[in-house]
Design a protein around this ligand. Structure first.
Ligand code: PRT
Ligand code: ZN
Length: 283
């Protein structure tokens, strides 16, 4: 039985659970069990703190895990990054009080920097030949300068709002992260087959994300133009209508391009345009 470790509570939990559900893996976590068996897939879900996920995957307690790349990098344990998942995006940055003038990495020489990511920070300082003091604190790193614990911080930034509200400014973006699927690299043949199935389903979930199904009536004479506007996966589906000289045309478009495509299609005579959500695309 393949076991996957995911965050029990916190920022990644909701997206992880949504992704698993999207690919047909549901588990009864209503009572927030430590370990839950998916009823519809040969997989067991282990709920953990994110900090512990690289370790349980590296030592084989779980064969797979979903965790931020930042935790994988910081822990430095032997795990394989199998797939980037496209959520939980953030960066780990150095930030200093906003009134300070930033002069480049040398600014940090002799300074005290508060962080929960000492290993990634140490590497950055070494690469830049800077000697600084690292104060390891877990949680509320952003208050360290105001509290007099440190001169600067090295912490996760997403929108940047937390830095601003603490009177800090981001001066070095050191590490870019997103949620990743990791593996112990020691899977049995059965587990490998399950992982392949998971990857196949993740791929189709990614492909269908942000896609719309569009269908319309269009004059036959406009079909060549319509094909140029809607390249689709192979080419759009065209079906004759009972009304002479008219067709029904079906295709899939990126939702970002939807309104632009509709404008172009209307200009070549498309009518009765219907736009539907796409649940799955299997290539
Ligand atoms: O309890 P557990 O140990 O499992 O959770 P945790 O509290 O350690 O982690 P959690 O749930 O906060 O974050 C889990 C993972 O989400 C991180 O390891 C990152 O990979 C990812 N992630 C993405 C973030 C953020 N965005 C994020 N913005 N993790 C934390 N933050 C925090 C950051 O620490 C700072 O306090 O949000 C604040 C900054 O946000 P902005 O938007 O104001 O810049
Ligand atoms: Zn944590």
């Amino acid at each position: 039985m393949l076991r996957i470790a995911i965050q029990a509570k916190g920022r990644l939990n909701e997206d992880c659970t949504a992704l698993l559900k999207e690919i047909g893996i549901t588990a009864d976590d209503s009572k927030r069990k430590f370990l839950a068996q998916a009823p519809d897939f040969p997989i067991e879900i282990l709920y953990m703190r994110d900090d512990d996920i690289p370790q349980v995957v590296s030592n084989g307690t779980a064969s797979l895990g979903i965790v931020g790349l930042n935790e994988v990098e910081e822990k430095g344990l032997k795990v394989e990054v199998v797939e980037k998942l496209g959520f939980g995006g953030c960066r780990i940055s150095l930030a200093i009080p906003k009134a300070e003038e930033y002069t480049g990495p040398q600014y940090f020489e002799g300074k005290r920097i508060a962080t929960s990511y000492p290993n990634i920070l140490r590497r950055f300082l070494e690469q830049n030949g800077v000697k600084a003091e690292i104060e390891v604190i877990t949680g509320s790193v952003e208050i360290a300068p105001a509290a007099g614990i440190a001169d600067a911080i090295f912490d996760i930034v997403s929108s940047g709002g937390t830095l601003i509200s603490n009177g800090l400014k981001e001066v070095e973006k050191v590490f870019f992260s997103e949620a990743v699927l990791i593996s112990s690299g020691r899977l049995t043949e059965d587990e490998k087959a399950t992982l392949d199935e998971i990857l196949f389903r993740i791929e189709s979930a990614k492909v269908s994300k942000g896609k719309k199904y569009i269908l319309m009536n269009i004059p036959e004479a406009s079909i060549p133009e319509a094909v140029k506007i809607l390249p689709a996966m192979r080419s759009p589906t065209v079906m004759p209508l009972a009304a002479e000289g008219w067709c029904s045309l079906h295709s899939v478009v990126d939702s970002k391009e939807l309104w632009d495509k509709i404008k172009q299609l209307k200009a070549i005579g498309a009518e009765g345009i219907l736009v539907l959500n796409v649940d799955k695309i299997i290539l």
